[in-house]
Design a protein around this ligand. Structure first.
Ligand SMILES: [Zn+2]
Length: 369
């Protein structure tokens, strides 16, 4: 976006008392978007902002520890070592860096101070796994190996189901065989089962490019924000004026995306293609947090070769289990359950003791019961 395109309101607008982690941050408008001062927002999170050289970028620090890097006119950020695309570009005016209020609330706060986010969901017990594609819908294919996305999504999903059940979770699958299921029905299956989260499993493609490898994690954009791809040249603004049901969980979608993203990168040691946003039919109607993971590129012969080995598919499933457990652990810290469920606490390893009773989990001040 060109600097000339910005019509920065000079009058500070008192922030509305939204259901926000930081309701009283002063804001300015630019191009119809509400922006907040990054320095002020960081201070509200107990962080400090440091200008970098060249002075078009800033670092947020927690004591001496860098936790986020953002740059003027860019939607690309680094948050705790993960590549995260913002919904709106950062802007700098008269020496002050501004971040859109939506990005601050839905991208930054959940990742840096999830304890400040309102209404943590209950720790997950029921996990919905969605193996992408199926039946006549093959998804993408590797042209050299003749391997199909729909085969691997189901294979990884079945491996993940086994791991999750072994860890004490209940699992609902949107498909268990080679059939196609409409996207909205997939969300409905998760909703009917009162799932606590949904992970949709896919593999990526960039033909004719056969070199690109890496992990992408996709969530549904918050209302009024565009999908990541709609910023490409020639693409139209595809933002929506109304909340979709899954938008109720914007902050927890971000926390879940971050947990899965980190585990996939740590485990697979492949490229970081970033956390992105898309108006995905499988996520839109969810009544729980949900993300879509693209753990490898089938259009890369290298990555398709790895994916053809059961060990690599096991590694993907184990990374997804690890991410779900990390997310569960965080929610248990934020919202300890009043009564420990009989038997194992979902998400703890079955071979280990059943874990501390929920009442012994440290609480935070002001935690909701
Ligand atoms: Zn797919």
């Amino acid at each position: 976006m060109r600097p000339a395109a910005f019509l920065l309101a000079l009058v500070l607008i008192p922030a509305l008392a939204l259901a926000s982690a930081v309701p009283d941050l002063a804001q300015v408008k630019s191009n119809g978007i509400d922006y907040v001062s990054l320095e002020e927002g960081a201070a509200r999170l107990g962080l400090r902002m440091e200008r970098l050289v060249p002075p078009t970028a800033v670092m947020l620090k927690d004591g001496p520890q860098p936790v986020a890097r953002l740059a003027d006119r860019s939607r690309e950020s680094d948050i705790k070592g993960l590549r995260v695309f913002l919904g709106d570009p950062v802007i700098e005016r008269r020496g002050t860096f501004y971040l859109s209020r939506t990005d601050f609330e839905a991208r930054i706060v959940p990742r840096l101070r999830p304890d400040l986010c309102p209404a943590p969901p209950r720790p997950p017990r029921v996990i919905a796994i969605d193996p992408g594609h199926g039946g006549l819908d093959h998804g993408t294919e590797n042209r050299s190996l003749g391997t199909m996305e729909k085969t691997y999504t189901l294979d990884v999903a079945l491996r993940l189901r086994k791991l999750l059940e072994g860890a004490g979770y209940a699992v609902v699958m949107t498909r268990e065989t080679d059939v196609d299921v409409p996207k909205q029905i997939r969300a409905e299956i998760a909703n009917q089962a009162s799932a606590d989260l949904l992970v949709s499993i896919h593999f990526n493609s960039l033909y004719p490019n056969t070199k690109t490898t890496g992990v992408e994690v996709l969530s549904f954009p918050p209302r009024s924000q565009r999908s990541t791809n709609s910023w490409s040249p020639g693409e139209k603004d595809d933002s929506e004026a109304r909340d979709a049901p899954v938008n109720e969980f914007n902050t927890w979608n971000a926390v879940l995306a971050g947990a899965l993203h980190r585990r996939l990168l740590d485990s697979l040691r492949t490229g970081d293609r970033g956390e992105k946003f898309e108006h995905l039919g499988v996520l839109r109607m969810l009544k729980c947090p949900g993300v879509l993971v693209e753990s490898a590129f089938l259009s890369s012969d290298t990555e398709a070769g790895r994916l053809a080995t059961p060990a690599y598919r096991d590694a993907i499933a184990a990374a997804l289990l690890g991410g779900i457990q990390d997310y569960s652990d965080l929610l248990r810290r934020l919202r300890p359950e009043p009564v420990a469920p009989a038997g194992a606490v979902p998400g703890t390893q079955p071979s280990s003791p059943a874990g501390p009773p929920a009442r012994s989990v440290p609480t935070r001040p002001g935690a909701k019961p």
